[in-house]
Design a protein around this ligand. Structure first.
Ligand code: SAH
Length: 396
């Protein structure tokens, strides 16, 4: 069976891997590596002792992934079927929940097959491939998937790695989904589009945060949703009884997409404000008008470049919260979120607290969220647990 190469990793890397960190990076290897995309190898420590099996791939994050600590384990359909069964069992409660029809079915390294995630939208699956190396196993992975998830009626894929010959999004097989495809999350409807670039209209990892807003924080409040995309947080707030919502996003598409999310929930979009503009300009405008919101959502992308400025979340988040404090009401609640893997939880928290301190107001953390249960991450992984959300109240 095994003609795979044995490759040495450094002592330090062997120790990280043995602690459960599945990511391989350039520094994991004592010398430059030459490999075929997706090549399966056995890793050994400098003493020649077996460490783990991995596949090698040039990817956004690093140079490959550990997939098994068992020497004989192959990266093949039998292995994929086992991982899919475990993932399915973990999600039984979500599968049984009729109020939620979109969530993550399979979360890459957290579910045992690094480099590929699979999201369920009603009866359709969306695969995201994070390297050419893992894409090499596309056919076997899809075959294994169909055996374990026979209720899935159609498959789409997103190619999230650099490639000249692959589209960002593709229909793969089965039935095509209607456009839009309506999904439910905690009873709220969202219109999704499974074949429009990388994004579908909703970020599934924020389910519990949308629920928190809807059930605990929105009622009677005036809500500002910055970087609103399709307005999912605004819709959750409106469904939770918000008095009013304002959604701000610089992308032209956000206007129609946000209106649509309100309409599918029976809310007249003309009763809500949707602003297509730069958040930074909006904040200046809101300051001039002395607006004061009760609930403010701040979930920017890691980097944003508009004609006027570049925003880097790690550098600029704290200042942005300061600016938003200026347009917040007494006792306002902030939903502060970042999905940047390089922005560590403790630094993020400290940056938020610093903003309140600089503005000479107090703050109190009401809730903290990380990735939800359908996005499991290996505990020892440095980069997998990317999502951080603090729901925090301004105090006197
Ligand atoms: N919070 C959203 C997802 C945000 S995605 C949700 O949970 O659904 C990031 C969004 O930020 C994109 O829609 C992008 O158009 C928008 N964006 C990026 N830079 C911006 C800027 N300077 N001002 C306003 N919107 C911006």
């Amino acid at each position: 069976m095994s003609t795979r190469r044995a490759i040495s990793v450094t002592q330090k890397s062997a120790s990280f891997i043995r602690k459960g960190d599945p990511l391989l990076v350039k520094e994991s290897f004592p010398k430059e590596l030459h490999f075929e995309e997706g090549e399966v190898v056995s890793l050994v420590d400098p003493q020649g002792q077996f460490v783990a099996n991995a596949y090698l791939a040039i990817q956004n994050k690093g140079l490959g992934w550990i997939y098994s600590y068992h020497k004989e384990e192959a990266f093949d359909q039998t292995f994929f079927i086992q991982q899919f069964h475990t993932a399915l069992a973990r999600r039984q409660a979500l599968l049984d929940d009729e109020m939620t029809t979109a969530f993550r079915l399979f979360n890459a390294e957290g579910d045992g097959i690094p480099g590929v995630t699979i999201d369920l939208y009603d009866s359709y699956a969306v695969f995201s491939w994070y390297s050419k190396g893992v894409y090499r196993y596309q056919a076997e992975l899809i075959e294994a998937f169909k055996q374990v998830f026979p209720f899935v009626t159609g498959i789409y894929e997103k190619n999230r790695y650099q490639s000249d010959d692959q589209a960002a999004s593709d229909f793969v097989e089965g039935q095509q989904a209607p456009e839009p495809l309506y999904v439910k999350e905690n009873g709220v409807m969202y219109a999704t589009y499974l074949d429009e670039g990388w994004m579908t209209g909703i970020f599934l990892d924020q389910r519990h945060v949308r629920q928190a807003i809807m059930e605990r924080y929105a009622s009677g409040k005036s809500v500002l949703n910055t970087f609103s995309y399709t307005g999912a947080f605004s819709v959750a707030a409106a469904m939770g009884g918000a008095a009013h919502t304002t959604s701000v996003d610089v992308a032209n598409r956000s206007l129609e997409k946000t209106k649509e999310q309100f309409v599918v929930n029976g809310i007249d979009p003309d009763t809500q404000l949707i602003r297509v503009m730069d958040v930074f300009d909006y904040i200046q405008y809101a300051k001039r008008k002395s607006l004061a919101f009760d609930l403010i959502v701040v979930d920017p992308p890691s980097f944003a470049r508009t004609k006027k400025r570049t925003f880097s979340v790690v550098k600029d988040y704290s200042k942005m919260v300061e600016d938003l404090i200026d347009i917040s009401a007494d006792d306002a609640i902030f939903v502060c979120s970042s999905n940047a893997a390089n922005y560590k939880r403790d630094k993020f928290k400290a940056d938020i607290e610093k903003a309140f301190k600089n503005k000479e107001v107090g703050c109190r953390i009401l809730e903290e969220h990380r990735l939800p249960e359908d996005f499991p991450a290996p505990a020892a992984s440095q980069t997998s647990q990317y999502l951080k959300v603090f729901i925090i109240q301004k105090t006197k």
